[in-house]
Write a protein that binds this ligand. Structure first.
Ligand code: FE2
Length: 371
């Protein structure tokens, strides 16, 4: 039996929410409300923000309803409220928070019954079900943000295997692949879900280059640290015998030299690449080479590129998703980490962060010019 598009949306809404709830299932309210780091929101803020974003787009914008809780939304505005302030805000907590999630969802499903979805929809938000795709992606992306915070929660018990780090071994001396120079197409095609910053698809002229087949490993990074005195990645500490331990989630596991290095800053990645007589790839090079690359989906990969608008960029559906971040302050990361839901990690997806950040699941691979 095939389900209608609306039934399929309702089902995915349920599947995504189940993932969010299972991610936090082993935590108590105190852990949800606690501020672990000025760089990360308390989990209760993320959860309330997920529901508020749903209310804003799927209930208010699409359904024309009034907000359930008056002015509450301003405390969940990610631009208005920097992360270090979010623990102090009068946000919803405990049973009140759970009630809000459920109340919003009930209204979302009512609105879904009423709206017209599809190519001919008058409201651009509803064409190709865009606003629902945006909602799924948003919630799954916040799952990853919550996983960043969960690295700081001692004894966190993942109830699904996908909530624990998963890495494949890579060689310390990576093979590289050569990519011919010339004109290449990058960016998302006109149809299908993508964020505004991935469009329009356009042609870039790239000189020939070589890119490593696999990301930089812990073993290679240790050699770099020993040679240059560079800082260890976040969540590493010495084991007292010349080796290193991973301390995320309060564990003390030996660092595996064959796994990709993670939790390094852009500055550190860039310094490693220079030390290795290589450089970081540009995001266009990364995207062009991707169909031939191994090891994707373990760590986000820093690129040399600033987060800028593609030529002909048009903000949709709101400037605060991408446009306000364009410029030379943020660096682009490509690929996706073990903590990234596969549906988020499109080959054209652009992640961005400040070059000093390390709490994200950031690693990198190296590239080199070819004559
Ligand atoms: Fe958000």
């Amino acid at each position: 039996m095939t389900s209608s598009p609306k039934e399929a949306i309702a089902e995915r809404l349920g599947v995504v929410r189940q993932r969010t709830l299972e991610l936090l299932e082993s935590l108590d309210d105190e852990q949800l409300n606690r501020v672990y780091s000025p760089l990360l929101s308390p989990l209760a803020w993320d959860l309330g923000h997920i529901a508020n974003f749903e209310e804003l787009w799927l209930v208010q914008a699409v359904g024309g309803r009034e907000p359930l809780r008056g002015e509450l939304g301003r405390f969940y505005d990610a631009i208005e409220n920097p992360r270090k302030t979010r623990g102090e805000l009068p946000i919803l907590r405990d049973p009140e928070l759970r009630t809000y999630l459920a109340d919003v969802r009930e209204r979302t499903l009512q609105v879904l019954e009423e709206v017209e979805i599809g190519d001919g929809a008058e409201n651009r938000l509803l064409r190709e079900g865009f606003v629902y795709e945006m909602l799924f992606a948003h919630e799954l992306q916040h799952n990853e943000t919550m996983l960043q915070l969960l690295q700081m929660v001692d004894g966190y018990e993942p109830v699904r295997p996908e909530f624990a780090p998963g890495f494949a071994p890579s060689p310390e001396e990576p093979e590289s692949i050569a990519v011919e120079g010339g004109k290449h197409e990058v960016g998302a095609p006109r149809r299908g879900f993508a964020y505004d910053n991935e469009r329009p698809r356009h042609t870039v002229d790239i000189p020939p280059f070589e890119i490593d087949r696999t990301p930089v490993t812990n073993g290679a990074y240790i050699r770099f640290m020993e040679d240059t005195g560079a800082e260890p990645p976040m969540y590493w500490e010495p084991d007292g015998e010349g080796g290193w331990l991973q301390t995320a989630r309060g564990r003390r596991d030996p660092v595996d030299p064959g796994h990709p290095v993670v939790h390094v800053s852009w500055h550190e990645a860039d310094a490693f690449a220079r030390w290795a007589d290589k450089r970081l790839p540009s995001e266009a090079e990364w995207e062009v080479a991707r169909p031939r690359l191994d090891g994707i989906g373990q760590v986000w990969e820093w690129t040399s590129s600033d987060f800028r608008a593609y030529p002909g960029f048009e903000a949709f559906p709101y400037r605060e998703y991408s446009e306000v971040f364009f410029g030379d302050a943020y660096k682009v990361l490509r690929g996706g980490a073990w903590a990234t839901h596969p549906s988020v990690a499109r080959s054209t997806f652009r992640n961005w962060d400040l070059p000093q950040r390390r709490q994200i699941f950031s690693g990198f691979r190296c590239a080199r010019d070819l004559p």
